[in-house]
Design a binder for this molecule. Structure first.
Ligand code: TYD
Length: 130
């Protein structure tokens, strides 16, 4: 499936910890956009795939689960560490759920927001990947 778990190097000392994210170094694309998701509740999110966009998601605080689906298989990935990134490539249907109370997700994206490259209909997604 077109995803990867990225384990970031943590630069830590007695003052705390620091993680640095750089385009084409530990992030496998040019970062054009950053957005974050917080104040979530029991409502799952996502329910879409991207035809062109690549993203890396980091749980800066708390945890949540990603259900990833390539049209054939589904996998559930739990994100709960600021030093782990979930890379999601194109044509992966994603659902985010089971957010912890304090969950803060930071998302790095390979392009500007463009609704026209989203697939928001699951049947259309299945047609695209088959
Ligand atoms: P949506 O895709 O529903 O979020 P999620 O994938 O978390 O379920 O996006 C919510 C709204 O925010 C929707 O109207 C599109 C808008 N949006 C932007 O304007 N810019 C962005 O970078 C993103 C990711 C979403």
């Amino acid at each position: 499936m077109n995803y990867k778990i990225l384990n970031f190097n943590v630069i830590g000392d007695e003052r705390g910890k620091l993680v640095s994210l750089e385009s084409f170094k530990n992030i496998p694309f040019d970062i054009k956009r950053v957005y974050y998701i917080y104040d979530t509740n029991a409502e799952p999110r996502g329910f879409h795939a991207h035809t062109r966009l690549e993203q890396v998601v980091v749980a800066l605080a708390g945890s949540c689960e990603f259900e990833l689906d390539d049209g054939k298989n589904k996998e559930i990935i739990k994100l709960n560490s600021p030093n782990v990134g979930l890379y999601i490539g194109v044509n992966i249907w994603r659902i985010m759920r089971n957010f912890s109370n304090n969950c803060r997700l930071m998302v790095l994206a390979s392009d500007y927001y463009n609704e026209s490259e989203y697939i928001r209909d699951y049947n259309e997604f299945l047609k695209v990947v088959k």
